[in-house]
Design a protein around this ligand. Sequence first.
Ligand SMILES: [Zn+2]
Length: 64
Amino acid sequence: MADNVLKGRRILGTSRAPKEYTDERTCAQDGCETRLSRYNRREHCFAHAPTKFPRLRGRVVPES
Ligand SMILES: [Zn+2]
């Protein structure tokens, strides 16, 4: 009987690191310190994202 049938093989070589952006990023808005995920490519947090929401239905949005 063979003894070493299930010899585990160590993974050799460099393990590929996933692409990362900077380690810790915060919202680009002045004074906002909301952290962004390093996998989140946006520069702003959700609250300060430049995207305008299309459904405001006449609500007056105060400009910041
Ligand atoms: Zn923000």
